[in-house]
Design a protein around this ligand. Structure first.
Ligand code: PGA
Length: 261
């Protein structure tokens, strides 16, 4: 089954509304050129999301958020809900990014509840999983990642693989310039797909998209995108400049062209 590649920008806590407008205006025509081949997602801070969502409209760009809370409304000071994200034009949301888990104490339980709520609300969750350097060095990479994935899929009933995206992001590779080798990334992502086949069946596993994240940049994107099980990338630093993000979209397009040859 051919899965549609995805290139997702994670701006993290960066950009004013004005900067978001300039970036989105420059990105729209370039994303339109790639529309036949690649899903382009821009995960903006909540303060810019309304503007990115408005400008993206029905274009090829999907506006995404970086976090939300699983209740729909109520006394949850500082939080935003899935209906609120949909209201400002978001079509996707990052769930359980390692910075949310490590800096803000998000647990596997919260990540699972958020993922379930996003799927129910028709908001595409990009669920992040990954191990620390210490866990990898101690040989515990797969224990950690399989627990994180297992906890999320346990909550999902009667859900097709196309309603969720996973991102394997080894924590030691995020923002460090230290990328996993394409083979290590393929190995981890292949194992995640095998686990999904065991727990949710082959159809689910073959239709779910699994991205790699962690110091992806134009120089290493082609090698990463060439791996069989890697369906795209979640990109932090190299997504902040529109030109470099456009190069990454190009790398995803080239990967499509190669598989079609
Ligand atoms: P990076 O971040 O590309 O800057 O390593 C990736 C991420 O945190 O999603």
């Amino acid at each position: 089954m051919a899965r549609r590649p995805m290139m997702a920008a994670n701006w993290k806590m960066n950009k004013t509304v004005r900067e978001a407008q300039e970036y989105t205006a420059a990105l729209l025509p370039r994303a339109a050129d790639a529309e036949d081949d690649v899903d382009v997602v821009v995960c903006a801070p909540h303060t810019c999301l309304h503007e990115v969502g408005r400008m993206a409209g029905d274009s090829a760009v999907i506006a995404g958020a970086q976090n939300f809370y699983y209740e729909d409304s109520g006394a949850f000071t500082g939080e935003v809900s899935a209906p609120m994200l949909l209201d400002v034009g978001a079509g996707a949301v990052i769930v359980g990014h390692s910075e949310r888990r490590e800096v803000f104490g998000e647990t596997d339980e919260m990540v699972a509840r958020k993922t379930k709520r996003a799927v129910e609300a028709d908001l595409l969750p990009i669920v992040c999983v990954g191990e620390t350097k210490e866990e990898r060095d101690a040989g515990g990479m797969w224990d950690k990642v399989s627990d994180q994935v297992g906890r999320v899929v346990e909550e999902l009933e009667d859900v097709g693989g196309e309603s969720i995206v996973f991102a394997y992001e080894p924590i030691w590779a995020i923002g460090t310039g230290d990328t996993a080798t394409p083979e290590d990334a393929q190995d981890a992502i292949g194992k995640i797909r095998d686990l999904l086949a065991e727990t949710k069946g082959d159809d689910f596993a073959q239709s779910v998209r699994i991205l790699y994240g962690g110091s992806v940049k134009p120089e290493n994107a082609a090698e990463i995108m060439a791996q069989d099980d890697i369906d795209g990338a979640l990109v932090g630093g190299a997504s902040l400049e529109v030109e470099s993000f456009v190069e990454l979209i190009g790398a995803a397009q080239n990967a499509v062209a190669r598989t079609e040859r």
